[in-house]
Design a protein around this ligand. Structure first.
Ligand code: AP5
Length: 234
């Protein structure tokens, strides 16, 4: 019987190694395409279920106003910041990379945010009276991708406040929020990321955009929000 030489064994091992690499790459590609190919169960009828984007700089009061909107209108609230923080807590493979990006005040990759949003919307499509999408889009391309793959936005509420006000509020919140990005250095970076992208985002939707002065008191701001949302609720 012929026994293989050491060289032949080494060559066989190399072939086996290449084969394993090819299979692993193929599995990764398959897994990625499954992950990015999330579809809603049924298209959202935005006449019955309005989609409201809540935009504004860090600390502009998006979360505060969303709480009041939920209490009055019972809308389903999806904050991309909250979804990302939940993903970080889950300890998934991508969690470490995500928390590093968020602590640098940068935007996490668009595909990932959109997938998280789609998954969350999919779970609520049947019961939602309306969707409050808080903190999305933060880049022009995010808005385009959302409308292409989910549904057209109904109205956009934008809370406008100066960088000084935003910084003051976030520093005020820092003592109790427990958020890794509520510190002076990261707040500066979050503001920069916001200012770099915001005008481009808003410029895309001149007809759907409603600006609200967010320097006012919480209740004064909410009374303006109500004027925008009441006509959407039949
Ligand atoms: P995210 O969690 O969305 O943070 P943010 O946009 O920086 O906004 P905040 O949640 O800090 O503030 P807010 O506007 O909700 O204000 P709040 O009501 O809390 O995002 C975090 C990170 O995740 C991002 O930096 C990014 O890395 C990533 N990310 C998120 N979305 C992404 C996306 N789409 N794409 C890519 N990456 C994404 O109020 C703040 C404080 O002010 C509170 O103390 C409140 O009590 C007070 N306050 C509120 N209103 C008033 C008022 N009218 N007067 C006085 N005080 C007020």
């Amino acid at each position: 019987m012929k026994t293989s030489t050491i060289e032949e064994k080494v060559i066989k091992c190399k072939y086996l190694y290449i084969l394993v690499l090819l299979v692993a790459t193929w599995l990764q590609i398959e897994n990625h395409s499954l992950k990015t190919d999330i579809h809603l169960k049924a298209p959202i009828d935005t006449n019955k279920t309005p989609i409201v984007w809540i935009l504004g700089g860090p600390g502009s009061g998006k979360g505060t106003q969303c709480e009041k909107i939920i209490a009055k209108y019972g809308f389903t609230h999806l904050s991309t910041g909250d979804l990302l923080r939940a993903e970080v807590k889950s300890g998934s493979d991508r969690a470490k990379c995500l928390s590093a990006i968020m602590e640098r005040g940068e935007l996490v990759p668009n595909d990932l945010v959109l997938d998280l949003l789609k998954e969350a919307m999919m779970a609520k499509t049947d019961e939602a009276k309306g969707f409050l999408i808080d903190g999305y889009p933060r880049e022009k391309s995010q808005g385009i991708a959302f409308e292409k793959t989910i549904a057209p936005v109904t109205v956009i509420i934008y809370f406008e406040a100066s960088s000084e006000t935003l910084t003051k509020r976030l520093l005020g919140r820092a003592a109790s929020s427990g958020r890794a990005d509520d510190n002076e250095e990261t707040i500066k970076l979050r503001l920069k990321t916001f200012l770099d992208n915001n005008d481009q985002v808003l410029a895309q939707y001149p007809d759907k955009l409603k600006r609200i002065n967010a320097e006012d008191s919480v209740d004064a701001i909410f009374s303006q929000v109500v004027q925008i949302l009441d006509p959407l609720v039949k």
